[in-house]
Design a protein around this ligand. Structure first.
Ligand SMILES: Cc1cc2nc3c(=O)[nH]c(=O)nc-3n(C[C@H](O)[C@H](O)[C@H](O)COP(=O)(O)OP(=O)(O)OC[C@H]3O[C@@H](n4cnc5c(N)ncnc54)[C@H](O)[C@@H]3O)c2cc1C
Length: 484
């Protein structure tokens, strides 16, 4: 059983870590650790015992080897934008990787790059743009989140509808195992001989070790792009438009939906994008590819939207307008800060054909529990993000929010869907794992984890419920199993 460093090893550990990375790079005071008590889902708080911020690969290896020697648990952290409580490090050492920001190489001919884990997603695309390339997975948090965090969560984003999620863009990872050993998973040429351990690592939420460097595939910029904004007087009509576009065989690069409350929050913010404020829903649909035929596809998408009841469809006339339309979408969570002081961001997936029914059910649940749900999501993937703004100082409101969220998640499961499309299980989704997986399947997940981390020290207490893994070390908040 790993040692809880908060109780046992902290004073000595802090000075030994400082000897490796420098005193300024180790935080031990509660006031200094406060900033690291939450990730992007601030309903959860848990104080790390210590935080350490290595600045190089060698320092990172030395830190993890010391933690292995002391049998101390740790949690890797990138930018802390995760939305499932995954980077919380209660009683553990928080291993901050945001200083490892070097782009080690960009190979324009083979369209790939090797990056350190703390490289910010959008920074990589900016650097690759000089070669007519970009990194396709584009989480809405891409101006802050790191490639290491993207790998750990198998992050998606609006353009993953056509281009695939992180898994489809990572060729190889150098992994620092919790034991301190360094292994290479996958290969730069994209071949995966032997067991697909790369596939197992991507999406393992920091429980299998630390991504030390990541080799990614880069994508060529498309020849032509068309961005359409379709305006609907009902959410149901917008959902039907999504189904008919996909059923037609057209695969948009992105197809995002925002409902009325979300539109109003965005338009009242500094991210105002010119969305119609009286719309019940909008679809932001992007087509890209060869110039030949793209206008025909845009005309067909326009017709599908109008047939489903769109009041109007417009095409962005210039790159600046396109950028503005996307900025409104990508900053929508931030804009919701205007509605209420606290926000629960949820993540679930349903089959696309179930979108009209599930959106109606979410509205019914919202009314039943007297909460305001704002929907902004990757509609083309059926990946929902029902968000509820609330005031956490009100116990009654907080309770209603939690009940509504649990009911929404159950409705998604009942609709044949699942409990996360891209934000991961972390702490937040632990209570739903039993509803999705048999004890035998959860046991197999525990066994796989032990291949990478036999001591169960890397991100303890996340992803698989404690009772599924005998003698599992878990953070107390995981055992409690709910947001505060
Ligand atoms: C406004 C907003 C919009 C978002 N939009 C999207 C979206 O469109 N799509 C999407 O998928 N997500 C989205 N997210 C969620 C979040 O940005 C992603 O999950 C992202 O991948 C997290 O990256 P991070 O660097 O912040 O990781 P963190 O939050 O720091 O960590 C997340 C997990 O990764 C692990 N980890 C971090 N670095 C490493 C590493 N080097 N090795 C091993 N494990 C590691 C941590 O232990 C933790 O379990 C959004 C978040 C916000 C706040």
């Amino acid at each position: 059983m790993p040692t809880d460093v908060a109780q046992h090893a902290a004073p000595d550990l802090a000075s030994r870590l400082a000897a490796l990375v420098g005193e300024r790079r180790v935080l031990a005071r509660p006031s200094e650790l406060r900033s690291y008590e939450s990730d992007g889902l601030p309903g959860y708080h848990a104080r790390p015992a210590l935080a350490v911020f290595p600045g190089t690969r060698d320092e990172t290896i030395a830190v993890v080897r010391l933690l292995a020697e002391l049998d101390a648990p740790f949690v890797a952290r990138g930018a802390g934008t995760g939305l499932s409580g995954g980077a919380l490090a209660e009683g553990s050492v928080l291993l901050g990787l945001h200083r490892l920001t070097r782009i080690l190489s960009i190979d324009a001919d083979d369209a790939r790059a090797v990056v350190e884990p703390g490289v910010v997603n959008a920074t990589l695309s900016r650097a690759a743009a000089a070669f007519g390339l970009h990194y396709a997975p584009d989480p809405s948090s891409q101006t802050a989140c790191t490639i290491g965090g993207n790998v750990a969560e198998n992050a998606g984003g609006p353009h993953c509808l056509k281009y695939g999620v992180t898994l489809n863009h990572v060729l190889a990872i150098t992994v620092l195992l919790p034991s301190g050993e360094v292994v290479t998973l996958g290969s730069a040429d994209g071949e995966r001989d032997g067991y697909d351990l790369l596939g197992a690592f991507i999406g393992s939420e920091g429980c299998f070790g630390v991504a030390l460097d990541v080799t990614v595939r880069l994508a060529r910029a498309p020849q032509a792009v068309r961005t359409l904004l379709a305006d609907f007087s009902s959410v149901n009509s917008a959902a039907h438009a999504v189904s008919s576009i996909i059923a037609s065989g057209i695969i948009p690069a992105a197809m995002e939906m925002m409902d009325g409350p979300t539109i109003q929050a965005v338009e009242a913010s500094i991210y105002a994008a010119g969305y119609p404020v009286d719309a019940a829903a909008i679809l932001l649909i992007e087509l890209d590819g060869a110039a030949a035929g793209i206008d025909d596809d845009a005309a067909r998408v326009d017709a599908f939207c109008r047939d489903a009841g769109a009041r109007g469809v417009r095409i962005a006339a210039a790159p600046a307008e396109r950028a503005r339309l996307w900025q409104g979408r990508k900053k929508a969570f931030g804009a919701m800060g205007r509605i209420a002081p606290n926000l629960v961001v949820q993540d679930a997936v349903v089959p696309r054909t179930k979108l009209p029914a599930i959106l109606a059910e979410i509205q019914r649940i919202a009314e039943l529990h007297r909460v305001l749900v704002c929907n902004v999501f990757h509609a083309g993937d059926g990946n929902l993000h029902p968000n509820i703004g609330y005031d956490a100082t009100s116990a009654d409101e907080t309770e209603r929010v939690h009940r509504a969220m649990a009911a929404i998640m159950q409705a998604c499961i009942d609709a044949g869907g699942t409990i996360t499309g891209e934000h991961g299980i972390g702490l937040d989704k632990l209570p739903y794992m039993d509803a999705l997986f048999t004890p035998a399947t959860l046991g197999a997940m525990c066994a796989l984890r032990e291949v990478f981390d036999p001591g169960r020290r890397s991100n303890p207490g996340k992803v698989v419920p404690v009772h599924s893994c005998r003698e599992w070390f878990a953070a107390p908040s995981a055992r409690a199993g709910g947001a505060s």
